[in-house]
Design a binder for this molecule. Structure first.
Ligand SMILES: C[S@@+](CC[C@H](N)C(=O)[O-])C[C@H]1O[C@@H](n2cnc3c(N)ncnc32)[C@H](O)[C@@H]1O
Length: 221
């Protein structure tokens, strides 16, 4: 299944999952032995955020990363002035997602419903861009990564992360069980899809080496 059909399919899936997404994730975290809050803290720390920075989360879901993003970007004025553009009154943290069902479950950020493959923001709009959890299901993951790079400011970091176990984790029972329930654990980090113009491309491992995080930067012109 490719392109728009795939995008529509996953929007339907996440709309249906939305009411049970958080409890289901808590059970998965328990079974796989994850300390989910500290993994999210580690993920968000890769963005190099400073107080007053603006940040977009692509595929924000029910908003499990938002409190970490807000804690790092809050400024002395209560977190309303906008990052690299001090004149702006835009919210510091913007939550984008394909699924209205998922977005309706978060109340604490500016919510935007759209596809990751066509972000409704102008170029250089954010100091940093985060994505976690849908790179494996995007209709066009290369286009989504290109969009993340387009909307981040020159010099800003993009961090894109999803399930896909590191080599050392692919031998034991955890891999077989995890892959049995969620085949995406067998995926490899799609480093070949990072836009050619990106700089400082790095690969990080989180969630006990079960999730990759690709970090890259927009060149300063
Ligand atoms: C596994 S959830 C992760 C949610 C959140 N980032 C987290 O850390 O809990 C994946 C999210 O990506 C969204 N998503 C899937 N395909 C998308 C697309 N093409 N564009 C934007 N969001 C998408 C889903 O609706 C869902 O909310």
């Amino acid at each position: 299944m490719r392109g728009y059909r795939r995008i529509r399919f996953w929007r339907g899936v996440y709309d249906l999952w939305a009411p049970v997404f958080d409890p289901a994730l808590s059970i998965a975290n328990f079974l796989l032995g994850y300390d989910d809050p500290s993994e999210r803290e580690n993920l968000v720390s890769l963005l190099g955020l400073r107080p007053g920075d603006s940040v977009l989360e692509v595929g924000a879901g029910t908003g499990r990363n938002l409190s970490f993003l807000q804690a790092l970007t809050r400024n002395q004025h209560g977190g309303q002035a906008g990052g690299h553009n001090p004149e702006s009154r835009a919210p510091l943290v913007v939550a984008q997602d394909l699924s209205g069902g998922m977005l309706r479950r978060l109340s604490c950020a500016c919510r935007v419903q759209s596809m990751a493959e066509a972000l409704p923001f102008s170029a250089n709009s954010f100091d940093a861009v985060l994505h976690y959890g849908a790179l494996n299901v995007f209709g066009d993951p290369g286009a989504a990564l290109a969009e993340m790079l387009r909307v981040v400011r020159p010099g800003g970091w993009v961090v894109a992360s999803d399930q896909g176990m590191r080599e050392e984790n692919r031998h034991g029972w955890r891999f077989r069980v995890a892959r049995g329930f969620i085949p995406f654990f067998a995926r490899r980090p799609p480093l070949d899809l990072v836009p050619a113009e990106a700089e400082d491309v790095e690969l990080h491992w989180l969630w006990r080496g079960d999730c990759f995080a690709i970090r890259f930067r927009k060149p300063v012109e």
